[in-house]
Design a protein around this ligand. Structure first.
Ligand code: PHE
Length: 684
């Protein structure tokens, strides 16, 4: 099924690709965000939604992105355009969000470079870190150092002047990323042999050290002791999914589509995707062990000295964890400057390959569309990226960094984009083509269940989270968009505008005619011939059912005044009707998708609408069931020691990671032995 004659540059080896994809996935998100998200959303209980997000939704989608990129040999926009010109905007949408992400991701990397430099100076100064002070004082000092001395931070939405002390490291960040990717992916495939194992080694060192500190287990209790009621909140699920998508570099930026497009024609896809999910999950989990055991060690030391600081007094999210709490904790322990150096070096090497993966995929999107030269587009893009980053290096920059980041990962970014990808590829395109493509060259094969996972299960899960958090957002006590006094909330407005502008801009870009595409793809079967369209009546019937179910749910949500009898009647009628629509629609699609036939449009749209109906149904039910659960971010109560459940969780997770990777390895070796999947040779 080779479709393109043209020779595209490639990674050179399977290892190069796998490492590059892992390099993209494993980044600041693992060390900087995951441990805190877990701590803040139910401890060990958070692992349930997170594992569902990574393995039930993330893995099938990763395989989908890989096989789309590999099949079309194009970066995201052109890859989607290959299905139909009209789908191109989905690719641009993710590319635009990718550009927004890199503009702030580079700023966080710049912080890391700065702190690396401070630690280095600390080593030269005989081990004294600039933020070091004893006990509770030390927390204040570390906070003051980061927020005042370094960021010159002002709270609120005002931007204020640019901080030049962050500008220079930002320049360094972009320069390093530029140098890594300017020579094409072959060089990237080599660089990642350094930027992936090195931070792992460092992380291992940090973990071993953390776990061997006295008091470390007490720290782990904060990390792992589960708080089950958190699972009843939409925010927990939303953060789990947001974190999983961000961490796997899924959907945003189309990174994985682009990376797979450079992969050797005969290379495995499925097993690689599984390895990447496991490696990313494993890194996050171990990073949490490193962080929390060190915090436990810190609490122990300060308690011994009679100036006790408990873990939950200092731990905080986002930038605070990496640049306040952890530097503080390190400063309390022996050889602090050296450890601080190791920590920030780990962050820099972790982040840099994630950073350039986004730049690379935005670059590839532009190059594929316009045919312009890489070495012209890349410098222009880097300058634009720095310019966009200026917003985040102003005095109020940190606030905006958080706002934009939260919006993109939150309800509005991922759920929408992930949903759009699955809908376009699952219902409107021929998902089975991608499955066959992936199976033809992989160490293990996907069953038909995968089609239904992409078409039905994942959209329902993402849709549910979208509706559920939407209802929760709208019922927020502080108000959403408008505060309780009726004033606009600027941060919400800007965040929403960026998220809403992305698809609109994307549609605009996709309308621009590309000089390249004409004649490059083999002609598609003549699907316009209406004689070949199947399941028109059935499709129409299913469509009516889907709409009926949607109307019932809309009445339920929009008219809270209706009587309870009607409510429950509508609620429980909407489900079977939607299910009927889905089953009919799936049947028609499977029956009529062939080389020269296609399912009718009402049948496809019936399926799409019905999956959303089911999502809305589940969300409405959940909202009713969990209404009593309190909203807001509750941190679970201070634990004394690691509970038996936590030990169990720890064991199961390690088993999952090690066992999973072992299984992937075994399948790869077995496949190589049987020679069913042809291993890539370095290009001939
Ligand atoms: N996955 C990266 C991390 O965990 C960030 C990233 C997001 C990279 C989106 C590419 C695309 O840090």
């Amino acid at each position: 099924m080779e479709m393109l004659e043209e020779q595209r540059e490639n990674w050179g080896s399977r290892g190069g690709f796998v490492l590059a994809a892992i390099g993209s996935a494993v980044g600041l998100g693992n060390l900087w965000r995951f441990p805190y998200e877990l701590y803040g959303h139910g401890g060990g209980a958070f692992l349930i939604p997170y594992i569902i997000a990574v393995f039930v939704v993330g893995l099938p989608m990763l395989i989908m992105e890989f096989s789309l990129g590999h099949f079309t040999q194009r970066a995201a926009p052109d890859a989607f355009a290959h299905g139909h010109k009209r789908f191109e905007f989905v690719g641009w949408w993710s590319t635009i969000l990718g550009f927004v992400i890199i503009s702030f991701y580079a700023v966080v990397l710049a912080y890391c470079f700065s702190f690396l430099w401070f630690s280095f100076k600390g080593i030269l100064a005989g081990g004294e870190l600039p933020w070091a002070a004893e006990g509770v004082e030390g927390v204040k000092k570390a906070e003051e150092f980061f927020l005042n001395t370094y960021l010159g931070h002002t709270p609120g939405t005002a931007l204020g002047s640019i901080r030049w002390n962050i500008f220079w490291p930002l320049l360094v960040t972009w320069l390093v990323m530029y140098l890594c990717i300017c020579r094409g992916v072959k060089l990237v495939g080599k660089i990642v042999w350094l930027t992936v194992p090195l931070p792992w080694l460092m992380l291992l060192i940090l973990t071993v050290r953390g776990l061997t500190l006295p008091g470390s287990i007490g720290g782990l209790a904060y990390y792992l002791n589960p708080s089950w009621p958190e699972l009843a909140k939409a925010t927990t699920w939303r953060f789990a999914f947001g974190q999983a998508f961000f961490s796997l570099s899924l959907a945003f930026g189309g990174v994985m589509i682009t990376y797979a497009s450079f992969l050797h024609r005969k290379s495995d896809l499925n097993n690689n995707a599984a390895v990447i999910c496991l490696a990313d999950f494993g890194t996050s989990f171990v990073a949490g062990l490193a962080i929390f055991s060190t915090l436990g060690g810190m609490a122990f030391v300060t308690a011994q000295a009679g100036r006790g600081v408990a873990v939950n007094e200092v731990v905080r999210g986002g930038a605070g964890l990496a640049f306040i709490v952890f530097p503080y904790a390190l400063a309390q322990l022996p050889y602090s400057a050296w450890w601080s150096f190791v920590f920030f070096f780990t962050l820099v090497t972790l982040g840099i390959d994630s950073g350039f993966s986004i730049t690379e995929s935005v670059l590839a999107a532009v190059v594929d569309k316009t045919g312009w030269k890489r070495n012209v587009v890349l410098p222009i893009m880097s300058v634009l990226g720095i310019a966009a980053g200026l917003v985040f290096i102003t005095k109020g920059g940190l606030n905006w960094l958080e706002v934009v980041g939260n919006f993109i990962d939150g309800t509005w970014g991922i759920a929408f984009l992930g949903l759009a990808e699955c809908i376009v590829l699952g219902w409107l395109w021929r998902i089975d083509t991608l499955r066959t493509h992936a199976n033809e060259r992989s160490d293990w094969t996907l069953g038909r269940w995968w089609n239904y996972a992409i078409r039905v299960v994942i959209p329902i899960v993402l849709g549910t989270i979208f509706f559920w958090s939407l209802f929760e957002d709208l019922n927020q006590t502080g108000g959403f968009l408008l505060d309780t006094e009726g004033n606009w909330i600027l941060a919400d407005c800007v965040g929403l505008t960026i998220v809403a502008a992305a698809p609109i801009l994307a549609i605009g870009i996709s309308l621009i005619k590309s000089p390249l595409r004409a004649g490059q793809y083999p002609p598609r079967p003549d699907v316009k011939n209406s004689n070949l369209c199947g399941g028109r009546f059935g499709g129409l019937a299913a469509f009516c059912l889907a709409i009926a179910s949607a109307v019932m749910l809309a009445v339920l949500v929009l008219k809270p005044g209706i009587s309870d009898k009607f409510r429950s009647y509508f609620l429980f009628q909407s489900l079977p009707i939607a299910l009927m629509a889905i089953i009919t629609s799936n049947y028609i699609i499977d029956k009529h998708t062939g080389d020269y036939s296609f399912p009718s449009w009402p049948a496809r749209w019936a399926g799409i609408i019905a999956t959303l109906d089911i999502s809305a149904f589940i969300a409405v039910t959940l909202i009713t069931v969990t209404q009593k659960a309190t909203t807001g971010q509750a941190i679970h109560p201070a634990p004394e020691h690691l509970s038996a459940t936590s030990y169990l969780i720890l064991g199961v997770m390690l088993l999952l990671i090690i066992g999973g990777l072992g299984w992937c390895f075994y399948r790869a070796v077995a496949a190589a032995g049987k020679n069913t999947a042809v291993q890539p040779q370095p290009d001939a």
